[in-house]
Design a protein around this ligand. Sequence first.
Ligand SMILES: [Zn+2]
Length: 256
Amino acid sequence: MDELKDLDRVANSVRHAKRVLVITGAGISADSGLPTYRGIGGLYNDNDTEEGMPIEVALSGDVMRQRPDITWKHLAQIEANCRHARPNRAHEVIAQLQEIAPTTVLTQNIDGFHRAAGSQDLIEMHGTLFEIHCPACGYAEEVMDYSDITRFPPLCPDCGNGLRPSVVLFGEQLPGAAIRRLEEVLDEGYDVVFSIGTTSVFPYIAQPFAVAGRIGALAIEVNPSTTGVSRFADVLWRCGAAVAMEQLWERLASLR
Ligand SMILES: [Zn+2]
């Protein structure tokens, strides 16, 4: 494909950045073959589930408390979709940026790909499918996948209550540790901010990009379509995430 515009400008800004902030949404995982979820429920379009409730209800904190078997069943379907998918070149390049500048990743995704690719300073704002925990006693464990889970919900080995995935369900609050880390990054500032594959419908996803001009950060949007934050971008790369980030990496490599 043609060279991306302003590639040198972006690459030089990254090389000299005191901090890079990378914001990602479902679009980055489209190159890994995952459906682009709307929230965590987009897999289901607008149809009700077979239990006769909208997916936003099935995947809510209330139903997880009252009928965890229903919520678990649908989360397990999402996990099954992720199971044979892998991080793509965009996830890898974002992890490699750590070699060049301190890099924070803020993601809405629950697919675990940034973690798998090696990003260290990672804010998983909606949690991850690959940790399960006990709301009653705090027991937690990481899981590779759900293939060994034979009962929904699986029971806590410590106290016998039902376990649940550490994802943010509809109607639930965002994780406190993630909010605190994001506030630190916003306080300390950043020189370059990417918005990759997200429609930025959530204010905590849109705002760090929207304020870039005010804090003097270079704002790059990577998305095939126009989004709610496109007007805040200094540079628009209208293509897929893997293609864009590979070109950026090659340019960074040539400059070193
Ligand atoms: Zn427990």
